[in-house]
Ligand binder design. Structure first.
Ligand SMILES: [Ca+2]
Length: 246
């Protein structure tokens, strides 16, 4: 089977674009200004164990500035919520109405000590019903310093794998349209002082983030196409070179 050089180039381009298509952001907090986030203990009381500073330019971020979370002393297991509630209007509060499909964020792990990651990290949202929904991250997967595009897929009609609540899990669909808080739950390293963490580009998207399996499938498809089109591709590149040469 032979395809024209232009057709081959077009197919390769479409595949490459599909591989790199980013999720479209609905809302994104980048801390270029104070985004109005807050911090509290896991039981809801304040002051929290840690402090938050926004915007903070000492952590860099992508780009500068970001939100800084600091824990100056440590005594046993301590958990805080770092969250947005005051600015939950429109798309933030009604994630079902705006059809949120995923949430991603950049996270800075700078605990110091033996490892830089926190003892625990979850994405969470709290609904008007009182339900708190969590998505756990494997903290050993977090890179030291800034790591980008951590996140989870989320769906307005069905709780996706990974999301859980200790409350009534039949309320997912209605909880999704009545969000009071959204943010991260962080568990500090026990008994370790001067821990620094950070948050940037906390974003709600209208498309899912690709799972690693999706990349594998896309990779396999691309490889098959590459093998199929190899001869055509060689011809296409020669054709292109010829065009530019002359
Ligand atoms: Ca930023």
């Amino acid at each position: 089977m032979r395809f024209s050089p232009l057709f081959t180039i077009l197919v390769c381009w479409v595949v490459l674009v599909a591989l790199h298509a980013p999720a479209a952001p609905i809302v994104s907090d980048d801390w270029y200004v104070d985004e109005g986030w807050d911090i509290k203990k896991e039981d809801g009381t304040t002051p929290a164990f840690g402090t938050h500073t926004e915007p903070d330019s000492t952590l860099s971020g992508n780009p500068v500035p970001a939100l800084k979370i600091a824990r100056s002393s440590g005594s046993g297991v301590e958990n805080d919520y770092v969250y947005d509630s005051g600015n939950l209007v429109g798309n933030w509060a009604n994630m079902g109405g705006s059809v949120v499909q995923s949430i991603t964020f950049d996270f800075y792990a700078g605990a110091g000590g033996a490892v830089d990651h926190p003892a625990g990290l979850r994405l969470y949202f709290k609904a008007g019903s009182g339900n708190v929904w969590y998505y756990n991250f494997v903290v050993t997967d977090l890179v030291s310093g800034w790591g980008s595009s951590y996140g989870a897929n989320i769906n307005p009609t069905t709780p996706l794998t990974g999301w859980w609540t200790t409350g009534d899990d039949s309320l997912w669909q209605s909880d999704f349209t009545n969000v009071n808080e959204v943010g991260i739950w962080i568990s500090y390293q026990p008994n370790y002082a001067n821990q620094i963490y950070g948050l940037d580009n906390f974003t709600l998207h209208d498309t899912p983030i690709p799972e690693p399996e999706t990349y594998l499938v896309l990779g396999a498809v691309f490889l098959s196409l590459a093998i199929m089109f190899r001869r055509n591709l060689d011809a296409s590149l020669a054709w292109l070179r010829g065009r530019f040469r002359g």
